[in-house]
Design a protein around this ligand. Structure first.
Ligand SMILES: CC(C)(COP(=O)(O)OP(=O)(O)OC[C@H]1O[C@@H](n2cnc3c(N)ncnc32)[C@H](O)[C@@H]1OP(=O)(O)O)[C@@H](O)C(=O)NCCC(=O)NCCS
Length: 161
């Protein structure tokens, strides 16, 4: 992701499904222009493209090393994924599944993760079904910043990755 891409985050924040999934606007998370320019071993911010056209966002985070300790105490080697496909016409075409497969492999094979956690809101039933199809298993419900989420986990070696 580059600083020019921050406008994509702002545009996708207007999408009702993205807004509902995030429980608010990604633009309120932090100062994106600053964050994009930071070179951190514990995080990657990425824009996904289909044939050169931006279609979505992915954040990979080493939850054990991440500075705000959003996830609390987690074992070393725990990475987390945030993902959204920005426009309705780009969803339900298999792009999200392709993207998840790619970034799951990246967490395990490039970052050496031992497990991956995700935290869809409990109301986001379609996303939960999507993650279950990708072999993520429910761990339990948890509040994150006032949002009720289902923590789901994929352990290294539990799939072909
Ligand atoms: C969840 C998401 C990344 C899946 O990517 P995708 O490209 O739509 O998924 P695929 O085409 O590979 O698979 C389709 C499945 O995704 C899930 N899905 C979740 N939200 C969806 C949406 N708004 N539209 C279509 N499919 C969605 C469903 O399980 C769907 O299967 P179904 O049609 O049988 O219900 C994407 O739909 C998205 O970004 N949704 C809005 C934001 C969001 O929920 N992000 C996840 C936050 S934890």
């Amino acid at each position: 992701m580059r600083v020019d891409d921050v406008t994509l985050i702002a545009r996708w924040d207007e999408d009702p499904a993205v807004l509902a999934a995030l429980g608010g606007r990604a633009m309120d998370w932090w100062d994106w222009a600053v964050e994009v320019d930071r070179d951190l071993a514990w995080r990657e911010l990425m824009i996904a493209e289909e044939a050169g056209r931006a279609i979505g966002f992915v954040q990979l985070t080493d939850a054990h090393e991440e500075e705000s300790q959003y996830w609390g105490a987690v074992e070393p080697g725990t990475w987390t994924i945030d993902i959204w496909i920005g426009a309705p016409g780009d969803r339900g075409r298999g792009l999200g599944a392709q993207l998840m497969t790619t970034v799951v492999e990246r967490c395990f094979n490039v970052h050496g993760a031992s497990q991956i956690l995700i935290d869809p809101m409990v109301t986001n039933r379609r996303a939960i079904a999507f993650y279950e199809r990708l072999a993520f298993e429910p761990v339990g419900e948890r509040d994150f910043d006032g949002d009720r989420c289902l923590v789901m986990r994929l352990v290294r070696g539990s799939t072909s990755s």
